[in-house]
Design a protein around this ligand. Sequence first.
Ligand code: F3S
Length: 286
Amino acid sequence: MKKSIKVAKNSGFCFGVRRAIEIAEKTVKPNKKIFSLGPLIHNPQEVKRLENIGIKKIENTKSLKNKVLILRTHGIPHGLKEKLKIQNLVIVDATCPFVKRAQDIVEKLAKAKKKILIVGEKKHPEIKALVSYGGSHCYVVEQSSDLKNLDLSGDICVVSQTTQSPQNFKNFVSIIKKINPQAAIYNTICKATIDRQTAAKELSKKVDVMVVVGGKNSGNTKRLAQICSKFTKTYYVETALEIKPQWFKKTKNIGISAGASTPDWIIKEVRKKIEENVNKQGAGNG
Ligand code: F3S
């Protein structure tokens, strides 16, 4: 049986991640480390590669002085930048412009004394930073049950995590609009997320099995896997080492998709491993 292996369009690095890595690579100098507060992107293997060229991840900046600190794509909480400058750190800001846009919107709404609901993951660094711009009337909702104890009346504005699934955001909006039709909606989902999710969804409808590749700590990869699993059998892997031959035994069409922080070299390794497994099973691939 001739098997086909297809990689979904727009898989892998998005504009914001590519930009952050380019900024970091341009900033690092031979024999001179630079530091990132938390992992620069949510992909442990790529973070390791960056570490090997001198970009070191740190968990806090307490003992860091007179060094170069790069700010990652998810951004940092309001006010932290000023604190970091006092430590004489040279700040290189690689916050994704789409994340910055969401921060600016939330800040503006907070100044206008609006009540703000952010649809997103409470523990995600982007959301923690976003909340810091939202003032005391800012709430994060992750599941529809989170809406139960909230007062949704009055001047309410709804904003999204940049990597939310559009469908999930739409579901929240429709519940909120039923309660408060005047609620103002700010869809801050970035285009890269929409494109990736659309392509993964379309491919997963056509294949017998999907392999979604990305960091297990990557929210957007997790969402890709959730979307694909609605349409076909889906496996979520971080590297080619996790690929199992039995996944492809009774399959004809195999799809691959990858999160916005998954480097091309990992996608290629995964594809190669799948091809090897398929070939071992005595068939070619297209
Ligand atoms: Fe930015 Fe969207 Fe990527 S917010 S980091 S372009 S997934």
